[in-house]
Design a protein. Structure first.
Length: 570
């Protein structure tokens, strides 16, 4: 491994493969060189995060290079807005491409020249068959394909037709350029695949300069070879395309030696699936276009932009990717594991605050009139360095509606008629009277407090199991909380193939709580900060959302950690 500095250990089969390549001198004097090649036709999702971090960290592990290259060969679906969002997402994840930003459209001229050389070498031809005819001529897995009647055109005729395709003389779909390989191959991808098609559409970078565009299976390997990519990592569905990848690269080296000097190598790994969501870009687009969600960056979406807006951190996503692993076999990662990763990070870093999302007013009838008392609370339990804060307590407070029950079941350790509960950091109170409106809804409670039960100085000897949070009515700061839950009601929304997956959308995936009373310290919070609202979950101060001057706090995740419990049992 002389000349290659390894800076970071990783544990996956691709890392092991690269290490072995280096040890046997397979790369020669080249360093490890990877890339991430997104299509700018939508937003990236958490499955892409695996590919981004894998490619970037492998390059970093071996002191190599990492490229960001946009596969922008389909102008109909591509937009500059998608390019911008993808770059923002990748930067946020911590992957740095430095000056190595490329676009497939950067190479349109040289790719055309390579295609011409394939034609000159008798390895490509212009075909007049329609898309349906090409499909029918291809054959099946058990039957060989049939050669196109245009397969044996002379190189001169093919060169003339290809040049006229470029000049825009033919209509969309009327002709294509096909690689001339083997119509009897056992691999359908090798049966004279289409490598260029006519598409009269304006490109977001090249405008109307081109009306023919390369196909992915031609464009991708040639771009890798041009850039000197040593390890082209892609998802497992491209395993059957590898022979075509190798055919393109081999011919690029042989026919275009002045531009291509390295035989790039393709390796596949399994795509990431995630419970309670969909990962198909087509289906994500449908969620957006049919207004099931509020755009690509809706916090319920598995897009990186959505997860960032919800409050996930780059570290939690990287941790999730490490724990879910990289393999060749398809698997589905548990959403509970992702939630565990963010909880584990925020448990020791997120300050605690109090907010009451569904309030009931409590009047403490024996509290001294107009008196306010400051009670101390730790910011992060067990972390003295995080300090503490003073919270105002008064004779009128809010508590959560579900912290009170008139007819509680056994082991309900919160407040009930004639029952007692401790208010976090303050006193024990007893419920004496319940007030309701004409519809039977509880409007307020009258309680009494025990002055001898102040937290930290309790001399009463009382043993109260329940502890609930609260907010002083007089000192409350009003905020809006978005309570997010799973976007779908079942683990696999696509489980029933003949059922529209949108029928499994969770109608309660977003609950908006307005005018939520919160303790005064919330007013000092900075946009982009994260907190635990006691007993309600971890929240993110959305810097891009507010209403009537009230900040929005998005719930990242609830406090219940099912993954941790599963691991403990295991």
């Amino acid at each position: 491994m002389s000349g290659h500095k390894k800076t970071e250990e990783m544990t996956n089969f691709i890392y092991t493969m690269i290490k072995e390549d280096l040890e046997r001198g397979a790369l020669g004097d080249k360093c490890v060189h990877t890339r991430f090649p997104p299509e700018p036709n939508g937003y990236l999702h958490i499955g892409h995060a695996r590919a981004i971090l894998l490619n970037y960290k492998l390059a970093k592990a071996f002191d190599g290079k990492f490229n960001l290259r946009f596969d922008d060969t389909n102008p109909i679906k591509e937009e500059q807005a998608f390019v911008d969002s993808i770059m923002e997402d990748i930067r946020w994840l911590g992957a740095d491409w430095g000056e190595r930003l490329f676009f497939s459209s950067d190479y349109f001229d040289i790719k055309y020249q390579f295609a011409v050389r394939l034609v000159e070498a008798g390895l490509a031809y212009v075909c007049d068959l329609s898309q349906e005819e090409i499909r029918s001529y291809r054959g099946t897995l058990t039957e060989a394909g049939t050669e196109s009647p245009y397969r044996n055109r002379s190189s001169e005729e093919n060169l003339d037709l290809f040049e006229r395709m470029r000049k825009g003389e033919f209509a969309d779909g009327s002709r294509v350029l096909r690689a001339k390989i083997d119509m009897a191959s056992g691999n359908l991808n090798m049966r004279d695949p289409v490598i260029y098609r006519i598409l009269h559409a304006s490109h977001h970078r090249t405008g109307d300069q081109w009306c023919i565009y390369p196909m992915y299976d031609f464009d991708h390997p040639f771009s890798d070879a041009l850039e000197g990519i040593t390890h082209s990592l892609c998802s497992i569905e491209y395993a059957d395309h590898r022979p075509l990848y190798d055919w393109i690269v081999e011919n690029a080296v042989n026919l275009f030696p002045e531009a291509v000097k390295y035989r790039s190598r393709q390796t596949e790994f399994a795509r990431m699936n995630l419970t309670y969501t969909v990962m198909s870009k087509r289906k994500l687009r449908r969620l957006v276009e049919e207004n099931h969600v509020d755009g690509w960056n809706d916090p319920r979406m598995p897009t990186i932009a959505g997860m960032r807006k919800r409050g996930y951190t780059p570290n939690s996503i990287a941790d999730f990717q490490e724990r879910s692993g990289v393999s060749r076999a398809d698997s589905t990662a548990e959403l509970a594991l992702l939630e565990h990763c963010i909880r584990e990070e925020l448990e020791t870093t997120a300050p605690r605050l109090m907010a009451v999302t569904d309030p009931i007013k409590v009047i403490i009838t024996n509290w001294p009139e107009a008196q306010t008392e400051m009670v101390g609370m730790e910011n992060i339990p067990g972390d003295e360095a995080a300090g503490s804060r003073q919270v105002p307590f008064s004779g009128e407070i809010y508590i959560e509606r579900d912290d009170f029950m008139e007819e509680p079941p056994k082991k309900f350790f919160r407040l009930a008629p004639d029952g007692e509960v401790r208010l976090k950091g303050a006193y024990v109170i007893r419920c004496d009277e319940v007030f309701k409106d004409e519809q039977g809804n509880i409007t307020k409670l009258h309680c009494t407090y025990d002055p001898q039960t102040r937290s930290g100085a309790d001399t009463s000897g009382k043993k109260v199991k329940g502890v609930i949070h609260w907010v002083s009515v007089e000192h409350a700061v009003r905020i809006t909380t978005n309570l997010y839950d799973n976007l779908f009601t079942i683990e696999n929304p696509e489980e029933e193939k003949d059922v529209d997956f949108t029928l499994n959308i969770n109608p309660d995936s977003l609950v908006v709580c307005k005018d939520v009373p919160a303790e005064p310290a919330v007013a000092e919070a900075t946009p982009g900060s994260r907190f635990q609202f006691l007993r309600k979950g971890y929240f993110y101060y959305d810097p891009d959302a507010s209403e009537d001057g009230k900040p929005f706090f998005n719930r990242i995740v609830k406090l219940k950690d099912t993954w941790a419990k599963v691991k403990k049992k295991g």
